[in-house]
Every structure is written in structure tokens, then in C-alpha cells.
Design a binder for this molecule. Structure first.
Ligand SMILES: [Zn+2]
Length: 218
């Protein structure tokens, strides 16, 4: 058998608990099987999973359709969410839009916001922060933008922005944050737990954080 990662020769290396033959790759030292019983171990299943995640499916729905267990899905989301990084090309003198999207964690008493910033010229998401709508959290995103030497930053009328963004580049205009509001509408449609008028709230804040990063950057 050839290795599924590096295509070099494998040798037999004992058996799984379910009786299937295990193989060990001589060059990359990875254990593997010729065929798998559990669907999540098969190749291309992850591709299907990522597509399902970004098209408004719940984790339970994905489990029903694909057969990938909830715990596996959550493990994957955490792992990929940690690894993804913004894939944008920054320009000097660009204009940015900042906005917050409200959601709940666990129940309606615990409100959380997705604070994101996008470039006005390319429409790419530059930074994301999930948490409460405090000046401290807003500052994390604002600082990142200021670091990119922007020509202007467009926000809504939230008073905390006034102290964080220098007056010369701060713009509060009618229809000034159209682009990011449209992006947040896409988030609401394509991420199941952000749908409006449902009782499906996210349970863990870090999973929400990972999902939003995966949607933007994966
Ligand atoms: Zn190998």
C-alpha cells in the first residue's frame, strides 16, 4: 500500500481494535488504514463539511446528512479556526468600514457582538473580534486598522468610536457602512447560529469565533 500523504511505501503495523489492518509509512511515519469505517476519516469528507458549514447548516444537520459526529465537527472547527489567518493584501491609504453584529451566547441574557472591519476597496475582511461591545474590544480592531495607515474609517454612531479613532479620519456618514452591513447580512444567512428569530444560539463563544473566522478566511 502507498501512503495517502506522501505516496511512498507503507508496511503492515498491527491491527485496529475493530480488526482492520493498520499501516505505517516508512518516510513520513504516519499510521493509516487502506479503508476506513468511520466516514470522517475518509478523504474529501472535510471539503464537504466546510461547504456545509458555510451554507447555513446546523452541526446537527450536518451530522444527519454526512454522518460526521458532533464531537468530531467541533474538534475540526476549533482546529481550523485557530489556524486560519486573514488573506488580504493591505494597501496604504485605503478606507475601512467598522460595524458590530449582535448575537447571544447560551441564552438571551448573554449578548455578544461580532466586531469586524472590511476594506472599502477590496471588500476583504481585515479583522474580527467576538466579545462584548466594550471600548476595550473595539480598540483591538481599531488599533489593527490604524496600524494600516488608513485614509478614512467609517463607523456607525456608537460613541466609543469617537475616543478611539482620530477625528481627521473618522467618518460617520449616511450609507457609509453599506458594504459591511451587507456582509453581516450574509453572515446571518450563512451561519446557522446567527439566523434571526430562532432559538438556536451558540453555546460556546470560541466556536462562534472560529466559525466566523472560517467563513471569512478559509
Ligand atoms: Zn507517508
Amino acid at each position: 500500500m502507498n501512503c495517502q500523504y506522501c505516496n511512498s511505501l507503507c508496511q503492515k503495523a498491527g491491527k485496529q481494535a475493530n480488526g482492520r489492518q493498520k499501516y505505517l509509512c516508512k518516510s513520513c511515519k504516519k499510521y493509516q488504514q487502506a479503508s476506513y469505517q468511520y466516514i470522517a476519516c475518509k478523504t474529501n469528507v472535510k471539503v464537504l463539511f466546510m461547504k456545509c458549514l458555510k451554507t447555513g447548516n446546523s452541526l446537527r444537520g450536518i451530522q444527519t446528512i454526512t454522518g460526521i459526529a458532533l464531537t468530531t465537527q467541533i474538534r475540526w472547527i476549533r482546529k481550523i479556526g485557530k489556524a486560519v489567518k486573514p488573506r488580504c493584501y493591505y494597501r496604504i491609504n485605503d478606507e475601512y468600514e467598522l460595524d458590530e453584529l449582535c448575537t447571544y451566547v447560551k441564552n438571551k441574557e448573554k449578548r455578544r457582538w461580532v466586531i469586524s472591519a472590511i476594506s472599502k476597496s477590496s471588500g476583504q475582511v481585515v479583522d474580527i473580534k467576538v466579545g462584548t461591545r466594550t471600548a476595550k474590544n473595539l480598540e483591538v480592531v481599531v488599533k489593527k486598522i490604524l496600524h494600516l495607515t488608513p485614509r478614512a474609517i467609517y463607523t456607525d454612531r456608537l460613541s466609543a468610536y469617537r475616543s478611539l479613532i482620530p477625528k481627521e479620519i473618522h467618518r460617520i456618514k449616511h450609507r457609509g457602512i453599506n458594504k459591511i452591513e451587507r456582509y453581516h447580512l450574509s453572515l446571518r444567512t450563512h451561519i446557522k447560529r446567527l439566523n434571526r428569530k430562532t432559538i438556536c444560539y451558540t453555546k460556546k463563544e470560541d466556536i462562534l469565533n472560529s466559525l466566523i473566522k472560517i467563513y471569512a478566511w478559509y
